[in-house]
Every structure is written in structure tokens, then in C-alpha cells.
Ligand binder design. Structure first.
Ligand SMILES: Nc1ncnc2c1ncn2[C@@H]1O[C@H](COP(=O)(O)OP(=O)(O)OP(=O)(O)O)[C@@H](O)[C@H]1O
Ligand SMILES: [Mg+2]
Length: 435
């Protein structure tokens, strides 16, 4: 057990950020001086849960964020501060079941009880914008096909290399950085890990990218579709499942189609079966639906799916099997909550394993050009309301994610949708004023 007070002494930490992630993916923290960390490590830091995106009322007692000490990270860009992920419990009660890190912890536990360890890698794309967020920060970044643009990535070398240096220092094993398919868009890749470790790294990565960008006078955004007409911010997830006892990849079987074992196929079958319902978690905002289902972008492709299909090494489908022993879910976007994202993949996958679900036929076609030839595959939700309804109509997935979580999430997401529909847009005025 990591002793945070000792960690502070050894590393010169003055403050700990005791951090938790709410239902909408916002990271909340209290800055606690090292002198007070021992008590906080034992009892947690108190929060008024209602003040964040959780289904609690102002009358609820304190919600306590109890640090999960092994997750502690000294901020590489501000070395007297350390970040630590925490689990939410109610004062005088038990764990807050709706809290995203608890939901993931429960599902990781379920997989462990089946003798399985889920390992995942995420690819969170982001844009670097001007500080007010209104436009791409690099005025020279105008190529029609900007992916892997050598000149443009070097104009942002100071930001990208600083973040990558930090990941190297943290032992995350980053291995490549590039300019992505939209002007102003970048991606940085590091090695896969267990689902909880990946979720913590994913959270910290977002915090780190935003912080380093701010330091350089820029603004980073993971918003799914910040600029219409340009490719949006995806957050693909690569998934494999390992046998805990043998330490072997349970998805790998060279004798099977695409090197994916029967267990891999069943897990994938669960993802395919619950795809329309899990979209409300992988694609959780009104804006998310401008990325999936989008019209062709300036670069020629959206790189996002619109239909529930899978294939081999082909980036036009919802699921790609890039090589033996793993698959890539290309549906999630940059707004996905890092913990709920991992949780819903495990929930759907385990249900597929239990029911021996079949992912259906593979479609080895260019979905962007020939998608109309696939007539029996479900479409993904067209908007957030469709997605909310699809989740609500999937009792198995709701139960697998936990009824307390599912009720809370549906309630807050419905409020989110209602807030959006009560907003009067310029488009409505433009199209309706003279009717
Ligand atoms: N067996 C595995 N299980 C889970 N994740 C894996 C496994 N092998 C590799 N990964 C992870 O998959 C991710 C691959 O991301 P990378 O961007 O390199 O691939 P890509 O999907 O081909 O890229 P893009 O979608 O941008 O074209 C990394 O995080 C990597 O560590
Ligand atoms: Mg990918």
C-alpha cells in the first residue's frame, strides 16, 4: 500500500490533487497540503456531490473521495503537486454505486471472478486551438489532406515533445506522435495496460494535454466535432482479454478467422449486440452525433463509423481486427468518460462471453463507398436522444452497468438533452423566421 505522506517526503510534494471523475467525465479535485494527506488517505476528501454531475441532491451528506494511493502521479510539469485518482463513498454509507470509477472497479472485479484480465489501449485525438477556442492555433495548418503532415507536427514540436517526454518519464511507453486527419489535430500513442490503469492514464492524459497546451498559450480540446467539415476527435479503444492464471492472451488463436479465438468472437459478439445501447456512453454528448453519421469531411473520409459492422484491417467499420488477438472499437469519441468507456466495453463483452454471442458476418468492404449494400446491419443512433432511448431499452446492459449507475446516468443525460432542445439556435432562426 502506497503511503502518500511518505510519497510526499520522498518526492518533495507540497500538495495532492485528490481527484474524481463525475458522470459527464469532468474531473473534480481538492488540493490538499501534504501535512493533511494522512487523514485524507484514510477518510477521503469531502465534496458536495450535487455540485458536480452526479445524481445527488443538495440535502445529501458529504461524498468522500478516498484516494486510491497506487494511482498517484507527480505532475511532471509542476513537481510540487501530485494527482491521485479516488473512489467515491457516501459519508456514513457505502461506495457511491453510480460513480464512474466504482462502476469500472465492479466490472474489472467481475472479469477477475471469471479468471480474466481485460487489457486496453486508447487513442484520444485532440485539437490545439487558440486560447478562446474559436480556431486552429496554427494559421499555416491548412492542407486538404493534413494527416501525418511533417511540417505541421514540427510547428507544434514544443507541445507534443513535452507531453511525450512526460509519458516517457512516467513509464507509459509512448511510441509515436502524429498530426492527425484534421487541420490542428494530433494523436499520441502509448502502450496498452489493464482497463483500470488505462482509464486512469486516459484521465491524466487529458489533464496533462490541457495543462501543457495552456502553458504554451494554446487550448486543447477533445470535443468530438469541434469544427464542422473536418474529421472529429475519436478515441478508439483496442481490446484484448487475458487469462489471469496462465498470463496468455485469451483472444489469440492463430487457427481461427483473423487470429481471433472463440472467446474473442463471443466478447466481440457482445459489443455488436449492445452497440446501439452503449453509444450513449462511448458517444455521450449532443455534439458526438456530428462525428458519427457525418458527411464526408474535407480530407475525404470521416474515419468514424455509422453502422454496426466489423471487419479485418479496414478503418471504415465500427470494429476493426487489425491483427491477431485483439480488436479495435472505433466508435468512441473524445467526450467519452474514461472510466465508463472501459466499463461499458467490459459489460457488453462479458455478456457476450456468457451468452456465447456471435458477432455475425464480417463485411470486408469500404463502408463509406459501399455501405448501402449492407442492408441488415443496425444503424448507430442518429442523435443523443436516440442513444438515451437505446440504452434505456437494453435491460441487460443496464443491469450489467449497475441499476444505480444506469438510473442516474439516464436521468442526467435526459436533462442534458432537454437543455439542448430548449436552446434556440441560429439555424432555427435562419430557416424559420420567414415561414
Ligand atoms: N493486445 C492488445 N490489447 C490491447 N491493446 C493493444 C494490444 N496491442 C496493442 N494495443 C494498443 O492499441 C493501440 C494502438 O493504437 P495505434 O494508434 O498504434 O493503432 P491504430 O488503431 O492502427 O491507429 P489509427 O486508428 O490512428 O490508424 C495502442 O494503445 C496499443 O498499445
Ligand atoms: Mg485506431
Amino acid at each position: 500500500m502506497t503511503d502518500l505522506a511518505a510519497f510526499a517526503r520522498e518526492n518533495g510534494i507540497k500538495y495532492f490533487m485528490i481527484s474524481y471523475t463525475d458522470l459527464f467525465g469532468a474531473q473534480r479535485a481538492k488540493l490538499v497540503p501534504s501535512q493533511a494527506i494522512s487523514d485524507m488517505q484514510a477518510d477521503g476528501a469531502g465534496f458536495a456531490g450535487f455540485a458536480t454531475w452526479l445524481d445527488l441532491t443538495p440535502a445529501h451528506p458529504d461524498m468522500l473521495a478516498v484516494p486510491d494511493a497506487p494511482s498517484v502521479i507527480q505532475l511532471p510539469w509542476k513537481r510540487d503537486v501530485a494527482w491521485v485518482a479516488s473512489n467515491c463513498v457516501m459519508s456514513g454509507g457505502g461506495p457511491l454505486d453510480q460513480a464512474p470509477r466504482n462502476v469500472l472497479g465492479n466490472l474489472v472485479g467481475e472479469a477477475a471472478a471469471m479468471g480474466l484480465t481485460v487489457k486496453t489501449g486508447v487513442e484520444p485525438e485532440f485539437f490545439l486551438l487558440t486560447p478562446d477556442g474559436s480556431e486552429i492555433s496554427d494559421p499555416a495548418d491548412t492542407a486538404v489532406k493534413p494527416c501525418y503532415d511533417q511540417q505541421a507536427v514540427m510547428r507544434r514540436y514544443d507541445v507534443i515533445a513535452e507531453i511525450c517526454d512526460y509519458m516517457l518519464e512516467l513509464g507509459w511507453e509512448p511510441y509515436q506522435n502524429d498530426h492527425e486527419d484534421a487541420n490542428g489535430q494530433f494523436e499520441m500513442n502509448w502502450k496498452y495496460d489493464t482497463a483500470m490503469a488505462t482509464a486512469d492514464k486516459h484521465s491524466f492524459f487529458k489533464f496533462m494535454v490541457r495543462s501543457v497546451a495552456e502553458k504554451h498559450g494554446l487550448r486543447a480540446t477533445f470535443m468530438p466535432k469541434p469544427i464542422m467539415g473536418l474529421t472529429g476527435n475519436g478515441c478508439h479503444v483496442h481490446v484484448s482479454v487475458w487469462d489471469a492464471a496462465s498470463g496468455k492472451n485469451a483472444f489469440a488463436d492463430d487457427a481461427k478467422e483473423l487470429g481471433l479465438s472463440d472467446q474473442g468472437r463471443h466478447f466481440l459478439g457482445g459489443i455488436m449486440k449492445h452497440a446501439s445501447a452503449l453509444a450513449v456512453i462511448t458517444n455521450p454528448t449532443v455534439n458526438s452525433y456530428k462525428r458519427i453519421n457525418a458527411a464526408r469531411t474535407v480530407s475525404g473520409a470521416t474515419w468514424a463509423p455509422n453502422t454496426v459492422t466489423w471487419t479485418g484491417n479496414n478503418r471504415t467499420h465500427m470494429v476493426r481486427v487489425p491483427g491477431p488477438g485483439r480488436f479495435e472499437l472505433r466508435l468512441p469519441d473524445g467526450a467519452a468518460n474514461p472510466y465508463l468507456l472501459q466499463a461499458v466495453i467490459i459489460a457488453a463483452g462479458l455478456s457476450g462471453l456468457r451468452t456465447k454471442a456471435d458477432p455475425g458476418p464480417r463485411h470486408d468492404i469500404d463502408m463509406y463507398a459501399e455501405g448501402h449494400t449492407v442492408t441488415n446491419a443496425p444503424r448507430l443512433p442518429l442523435n443523443l436522444l436516440d442513444a438515451i432511448r437505446a440504452y434505456d431499452a437494453d435491460p441487460d446492459l443496464k443491469a450489467a452497468m449497475g441499476e444505480a449507475f444506469s438510473g442516474a446516468y439516464l436521468k442526467l443525460k435526459t436533462q442534458d438533452w432537454n437543455a439542448y432542445t430548449s436552446h434556440l439556435s441560429q439555424w432555427e432562426r435562419d430557416t424559420t423566421l420567414d415561414i
